[in-house]
Write a protein that binds this ligand. Structure first.
Ligand code: HEM
Length: 172
């Protein structure tokens, strides 16, 4: 984890340059490992619990027939823990997104924190940029230390810590 945080920081270092000439979107292309961390965090902690859909036509899925006009729900957290897609599904393992493993490429809907299809999130790239910029500013000033205590989550209406996150920020 510490190793990954330092990779995240190295990758994001340049974003702290207060330089109007830096094109953040272009610069983010080189934050490869940071991107794996971003994806792995959203795999384990997808903010939206369910995505409602309605079938337009009859669909056969694994022996089940779903008739037209049926309400169905896609649950990202379930998809992200399918063991035929992701190894050690509960483990925080950003390298599963590396080119050598590419676990999320097994199926086009293997990684769906932003949904999929016509109504997929239009803010995905903006959200990614916000996260990168936020962490570049945070890690520039602070180290993150884990404290005692466990993380308890509320899943509805969107994922959030029930009380607090068991970490301490220590100024550099
Ligand atoms: C980590 C941050 C975010 C997550 C995890 C997220 C997730 C999602 C998901 C899962 C959907 C699809 C809902 C569905 O299929 O039923 C969605 C749709 C949408 N998101 Fe996001 N979102 C994020 C940030 C943002 C931001 C920053 C914006 C705008 C600046 C945004 C704007 C939208 C809009 C407008 C839709 C509806 C698209 C449509 O129905 O055509 N989202 N988002």
């Amino acid at each position: 984890m510490m190793c990954f945080l330092s990779c995240v920081w190295k990758g994001l270092n340049f974003l702290t340059m207060r330089n109007a000439e830096v094109d953040i979107f272009d610069a983010m292309q080189s934050c490869v490992q940071t991107d794996w961390v971003f994806k792995e965090t959203l795999r384990l902690y997808s903010p939206l619990s369910s995505l409602p859909r309605r079938t337009l036509e009859t669909v056969e899925i694994q022996g089940f027939t779903i008739l037209p006009n049926t309400s169905i729900t896609l649950v990202p957290r379930f998809v992200h823990h399918i063991s035929s897609i992701y190894s050690e599904t509960h483990r925080f393992d950003p390298e599963r997104f590396s080119p050598t493993r590419s676990e999320d490429q097994v199926h086009r809907c293997a990684w769906v924190p932003f949904g999929k299809g016509a109504h997929a999130c239009i803010g995905m790239h903006f959200a990614r940029m916000e996260v990168f910029v936020f962490f570049s500013r945070l890690l520039e000033r602070y180290r993150i230390q884990k404290t005692d205590g466990s993380l308890r989550l509320d899943y509805v209406p969107v994922l959030k810590p029930r009380k607090s996150i068991p970490i301490r920020l220590v100024a550099h």
